[in-house]
Ligand binder design. Structure first.
Ligand code: GLN
Length: 389
């Protein structure tokens, strides 16, 4: 057989998605891959039920159906406080996964450098490999997950083509402050760098923190590709609806990349989600109240078992310290946890560039009863997983 492609030789499968399969194998409560087990809003499901009779079963326009883009532009204009042109500044993609990949392909040439904060969401590694770029990792330092401004500027001195900004951050729950974002903006301007954002948790930011859209900082609209999705905001991760927002010149190129990558996102689903995009502020207040309660329930539950974890400012993940169990290999620990305790998690090492093996990631986008089930199982963690010497 001839050799398979060089650029994909170093690929492993996604550990996040592998842990979903491991959870299924052991019948574990799956708190690994982040997706809800509760229903999407009824307004969306009701509209979905009407789709069979409508004329939406062929391709939409490659960069997204017109009514979807109109509703999205209106919503984002409202939240971002910056006008979004539905015709020239939006590309609807198959999830933010495609949005990020299309963004990377649009800006990076093989050999270009791209700044990635570590810990990072694991797809960014694959995005850089597939676009031929080389990551420069800049640590977000625990326990506050702040970056060292000098280390960041050193990375910019290598003249990267882009910086990837996941805000709020998966997996550490950091919400970047306006001052931090302004500092990044200053460097992006000084070193003439694009910024590609992943803002899929834009509506899951816990008080008193506030989400600042990077693209809206002075001068940044022209050098930012904002990527986001409807997955987390409307609890529809399986619908694969995401998008890029960028100025017309950048968007024109993303449209072409996206056209050849996937042609388009699912047309009936774009139409069905429109009532969500048109929802008022009370929908977003309700979503945040739900996740605030779940965060307090889950973090409080872990802490009451004497298990130490992060308390996120945004998104729906916690990192728990498992040093006491003495495992050198966190992937092995997560297998044992799924098998013997019955809770599925993701090993922290799949998010960190640094050699971190003492953290595991849970998500809490689950029904309260699922979270209680997981916490009940975790009560016996020390009994079921004896510490290694
Ligand atoms: N973003 C989610 C996570 O980090 C789901 C990722 C995915 O599988 N697309 O778990």
């Amino acid at each position: 057989m001839p050799k398979l492609s060089k650029r994909t030789e170093t690929f492993t499968d996604s550990v996040i998605r592998r842990m979903t399969r491991v959870s299924l194998k052991y019948g574990a409560v799956n708190l690994s891959q982040g997706f809800p087990d509760f229903e999407p809003p009824q307004m969306i499901l009701k509209r979905l039920a009407e789709m069979p009779g409508e004329n939406v079963h062929q391709y939409s326009l490659t960069w997204g159906s017109k009514p979807f883009r109109a509703a999205l532009a209106e919503k984002q204009t409202r939240f971002m406080g910056h006008p979004v042109d539905p015709e020239k500044e939006i590309v609807v993609t198959c999830g933010s996964t495609e949005a990020m990949m299309a963004a990377m392909m649009t800006v990076a040439n093989p050999g270009d450098k791209v700044i990635v904060f570590s810990p990072f969401y694991e797809n960014y590694g694959a995005d850089t490999i597939l676009s031929g770029a080389e990551p420069i990792y800049v640590p977000l330092v625990p326990p506050t997950y702040d970056f060292d401004p000098d280390v960041l500027e050193d990375a910019f001195r290598q003249h990267p083509k882009a910086l990837i900004l996941c805000n709020p951050s998966n997996p550490c729950g950091k919400v970047f402050t306006r001052a931090e974002l302004e500092f990044i903006a200053t460097l992006a301007e000084r070193y003439d760098t694009f910024v590609i954002t992943d803002e899929v948790y834009e509506h899951i930011v816990y008080a008193p923190h506030q989400h600042v859209y990077f693209a809206t900082l002075p001068g940044m609209w022209e050098r930012t590709i904002s990527c986001s999705s409807l997955s987390k905001t409307y609890s529809i991760t399986g619908w694969r609806l995401g998008y890029t927002l960028a100025c017309p010149e950048i968007t024109d190129r993303i449209m072409k990349v996206h056209d050849f990558l996937t042609v388009g996102a699912p047309h009936p689903l774009q139409e069905a989600v429109i009532p969500g995009l048109k929802a008022g502020q009370d929908y977003y207040d309700g979503l945040l109240a739900t996740y605030t309660r779940k965060r307090d329930l889950f973090v409080g539950g872990l802490n009451s078992l004497g298990l130490e974890c992060t308390n996120p400012d945004g998104a729906y993940y916690v990192l728990m310290d498992v040093s006491e169990f003495g495992y050198k290999d966190d992937l092995e620990f997560c297998e044992v946890l799924a098998r013997d305790v019955g809770v599925g998690t993701v090993p922290g090492s799949s998010f960190f560039r640094e050699p971190v093996n003492h953290l595991i990631r849970f998500h809490f986008a689950k029904k309260d009863e699922t979270l209680y089930d997981a916490l009940n199982r975790l009560e016996s963690i020390r009994e079921k997983i004896p510490a290694r010497k």
